[in-house]
Design a protein around this ligand. Structure first.
Ligand code: MIC
Ligand code: SF4
Length: 661
């Protein structure tokens, strides 16, 4: 008897089984990856790592390199990076999704996600593909590079949580409200070490893109991944994408297999909103009713499907957006763009006053459309961390497309249910305001066209592929084995839930430096303390002290590589976000956890911390002894013996090179 996750894990298990079976939650396992994806902002680093590993050609069933983040080309840098990515893809057997073709997760869902397959992606929202029954996990670029070469992916056996969906969503309520409800209940670290598996009668009321909205934002719960069964709805979706042959049924053997359960009655969900500055700070839209809004954006990998854009278009059709609201849309893929262009919905959006952006991440990662000072910006995105939108004092709220469109018209927080039956969207076809009311949308003819996905040339082709490297592409920093002892200053002490956007900010100015570690390191912690890089260099490096859930959010390795470049050798925190902890370990920075969280109070910024026996203690699997201001503090290194070995050798690249011989 097994859950869907267990079935997929068992079928892909490469290491860590007990008598051929999956071990208990928390034990390390290794699995084989069928597919990988990278996006440009993490991809340049992933492919530089791939090159450093000296691997000949990808060994996965499918590897795709997307360009969707760094598309605002204000100088040569991003365009150079795109050429690098295109040439690497051609050389090593990777599909290349050109800039403009769409956001990696939306395109992957449409064109490649397959039930029962494993997918590793260098982006934290890779679990989007779980909407189509893939076991899809986000990781650092180095892990993805290894998986492309046929290497195993190591993770701790997750706890599987069954989320039982009953009932049906009410009019004007949609998938985004469901995941926001879950975030309200569990908050941003409620999913750490867990997989959320959806089951029950409510599942069949949700289309694949709606399911994908839910699995996408499982990342905000800190979950390893989230997954839906593969049923008739999945079958129809794959058929519409011309991929009927890729369907496979996927369901748990028995609902009683879920030891830990959560129940959500879809019919009781109301329009929800995540308030500043955390996706876990959730309330009801009705509670904010009437408060002024300056900007509304519909897009991102969470809510930019054909369904989402069609609903927004239907709501604003024949109306004009509020004069004081800047309203913008970004369809998630070229497929969505083409479909709404052909059926006239795009014209309705344009006529309403929407600003039309290209199919990319854009403002979700601060790439343009930063709102005015102190703005209230309402987005259908998945993250609303402080400053992420590009305006330091803006307040970002996360909502469904229905709520966003309603607000775009009224200029104030508006519960979309207020739009009522009478103003329910009427086009195309007979739309009634029910959640399952969009048969016309669901059954629309999908425009399948893969011409913007470039196939790599045949490996035997006589034409050698030359890798194109612009001046912005700089080599990786050098990795050295871990020192026997450390004596370093606490360069920075931060509180709980520090995100990778705090550690290594993104945005239009910084993102183009993703392939240039020396340059990007000048921005480490710049939003929290702009003196950090200078101080780190002056002091010859140091350590960082963090609170709970340190490193939540993105999979960006730069939050490890750039601090390493500045000499950060260890981070001591109360608890961790999975991907960031792995990234630190992969790059030879020691992630330590306070054995007694109260000891966090005993260390201050500026203190010298000594770890006289660091290497020996780690090697022996013992707690690490820290000395600060005369006090002795114990810290755990919650890594497996294999991961500690990686740390001792200075990171995953030297470790892999050594052990490959
Ligand atoms: C994000 O949403 O924060 C990003 C940008 O997509 C990141 C990846 C990155 O930093 O490049 C993510 O979610 O992993
Ligand atoms: Fe892109 Fe935003 Fe999705 Fe990250 S969360 S992949 S930046 S759309």
């Amino acid at each position: 008897m097994a859950t869907i996750t267990e079935k997929i894990l068992s079928a892909h298990l490469a290491e860590g089984g007990v008598d051929g079976k999956l071990p208990a939650a928390g034990s390390e396992i290794a699995i084989r990856m069928d597919q990988t994806l990278t996006q440009d902002a993490t991809g340049t680093m992933a492919y530089l790592e791939w090159e450093a590993l000296g691997l000949p050609r990808v060994k996965t069933e499918l590897s795709v390199s997307y360009v969707d983040h760094n598309t605002l080309q204000t100088d040569f840098m991003n365009a150079d990076d795109h050429d690098y990515l295109r040439s690497v893809a051609a050389k090593y057997g990777i599909l290349f999704s050109r800039p403009g073709n769409g956001i990696c997760h939306q395109v992957h869902l449409e064109r490649f996600a397959r039930p029962g397959k494993t997918l590793l992606g260098s982006d934290s929202h890779t679990p989007t593909a779980g909407g189509a029954g893939s076991l899809a996990i986000g990781a650092g670029g180095l892990d993805v590079a290894l998986a492309m070469g046929g290497g195993r992916f190591y993770l701790n056996m997750p706890k599987i949580v069954g989320v039982k969906l009953t009932g049906e969503l009410q009019p004007w309520v949609s998938a985004k409200d469901v995941i926001l409800e879950l975030l309200k209940r569990l908050d941003v670290k409620g999913g750490v070490g867990k997989v959320f598996e959806y089951f029950g009668p409510g599942v069949r009321t949700l289309s694949v893109p709606e399911r994908a909205t839910i699995t996408n934002m499982g990342a905000e719960l800190g979950a390893t991944t989230s997954i839906f069964p593969s049923d008739n709805v999945t079958k129809k979706y794959l058929e519409s994408e011309g991929r009927a042959d890729q369907w496979a049924e996927l369901s748990p053997d028995s609902f009683s297999d879920y030891k830990e359960r959560i129940e959500i009655d879809l019919s009781t969900i109301e329009p929800m909103v995540a308030k500043p500055h955390s996706p876990g700070n959730v309330g009801k839209v009705s509670e904010l009713e009437g408060q002024k809004v300056n900007q509304v954006i519909i897009g991102s990998c969470t809510n930019s499907s054909y369904r989402d854009l069609m609903i927004a278009a239907a709501i604003v059709k024949g109306k004009t957006v509020h004069p004081e609201v800047s309203f913008a849309i970004l369809p998630g893929s070229r497929q969505v763009y083409e479909m709404i262009a052909k059926n006239g919905a795009l014209a309705d959006l344009i006529a309403s006053g929407a600003r039309i952006l290209e199919s990319a991440c854009g403002p979700c990662i601060g790439m343009g459309l930063a709102p005015r000072s102190g703005a209230v910006t309402v987005r259908t995105f998945n993250r609303n961390f402080e400053g992420r939108c590009g305006t330091a004092d803006a307040k970002a709220y996360l909502v469904s497309p229905e709520t966003a469109a309603a607000i775009a018209l009224s200029g104030v927080f508006t519960d979309p249910r207020k739009l009522g039956e009478s103003s329910a969207p009427k086009e195309p076809g007979n739309l009634s305001p029910k959640a399952t009311w969009f048969p016309k949308i669901r059954n629309a003819k999908t425009e399948v066209d893969d011409s913007m996905i470039i196939q790599p040339p045949d490996p035997d082709s006589p034409e050698p592929v030359e890798i194109i490297r612009g001046p912005n592409i700089r080599p990786l920093p050098e990795l050295k084995p871990l020192e026997a002892s450390l004596s370093k200053e606490v360069l920075l002490k931060v509180g709980d839930n520090v995100t990778t956007d705090h550690i290594m900010p993104a945005g239009a100015k910084i993102l183009p430096l993703r392939s240039n570690v020396p340059a990007i390191s000048e921005f480490v912690f710049s939003k929290l303390d702009p003196t950090f890089p200078k101080r780190a260099k002056e002091k010859g490096g140091g350590i960082v002290v963090g609170g709970e859930n340190y490193g939540q959010g993105s999979s960006r390795e730069h939050a490890a590589i750039a601090p390493l470049y500045l000499g950060v050798r260890a981070v001591i925190a109360k608890s961790w976000a999975r991907i960031h902890k792995d990234n630190l370990m992969n790059w030879g920075i020691v992630p330590l956890t306070f054995a007694n969280p109260a000891d966090y109070e005993k260390i201050s910024q500026g203190d010298m911390v000594e770890m006289p026996n660091l290497r020996e203690e780690l090697k022996a699997g013992k707690e690490v002894t820290l000395k600060a201001k005369g006090a002795e503090i114990k810290a755990k290194c919650e890594l497996t013996p294999r991961a500690i070995e990686i740390l001792l050798e200075g990171g995953l690249i030297p470790y892999t090179k050594k052990h490959a011989k």
